[in-house]
Design a protein. Structure first.
Length: 214
């Protein structure tokens, strides 16, 4: 692991630590998830992954804020089954401005166009799922889908497909485990945001392998 990756991972973790009080204020509930400090190592891991994925400084500028937001959102959703607009909505201009900068630096406008298309496609797909089953999917998940679609779309369509499918598979497996352990029933609400975020990580990391086999 390079020094740059370590430094960026550490900076992301420190930023998450600095935002701890604000995260609790935004969530507004009492939960062991919010006091566990889990968001700090998660931010460090996400920051390291973002640094590894970034091929240029401009890509790093686009990916690292998303890594930080992902760590906060994952813990908040576990605590309160909610993905706050105050975090999700700003990620649209932050991410796409960063991707536009990366496209300008490396003449990657085709990648930017694909990212925008994938973001819109995933946003619409999740919106239709929400319309079909409002009790099974939160509207915060819909809004997050557009951000994750844009992120994955920057890399390729195989990344979008794998990241989306992985989210539903991971969520389904987790729900089945809870049912098998009798820790939940068919009416238990399970936060889906964490699985969307983990699925996006899977898609970003393993998408090239999927692309190589298609």
């Amino acid at each position: 692991m390079s020094v740059t990756v370590v430094l960026l991972a550490g900076a992301t973790a420190v930023a998450a630590l600095a935002l701890t009080a604000w995260m609790k204020q935004v969530t507004g509930v009492q939960s062991r998830w919010l006091t566990s400090g889990l968001h700090v190592p998660l931010a460090g891991l996400a920051g390291a992954g973002a640094a590894v994925l970034a091929g240029t400084w401009a890509e790093a500028a686009a990916f690292l804020p998303l890594a930080l937001a992902a760590a906060l959102l994952l813990v908040i959703d576990l605590a309160d089954h909610r993905l706050p607009d105050v975090i999700v909505k700003p990620m649209y201009p932050i991410l796409f401005a960063g991707l536009a900068l990366a496209a300008a630096v490396d003449d990657g406008w085709a990648d930017f166009g694909r990212a925008a298309t994938a973001g819109a496609a995933l946003l619409c797909a999740y919106f239709l799922l929400w319309l079909a089953s409002p009790s099974g999917l939160g509207f915060g998940d819909v809004k997050l889908a557009g951000v994750l679609g844009g992120f994955l779309g920057w890399f390729g369509w195989s990344h979008v497909l794998l990241g989306t499918v992985a989210a539903f598979i991971l969520g389904a497996v987790f729900s089945l485990v809870l049912l098998a352990l009798r820790r939940a029933n068919s009416k238990t609400q399970v936060a889906f945001g964490p699985w969307m975020l983990l699925g996006a990580a899977v898609g970003a990391a393993l998408g090239p392998a999927v692309l190589a086999t298609t």
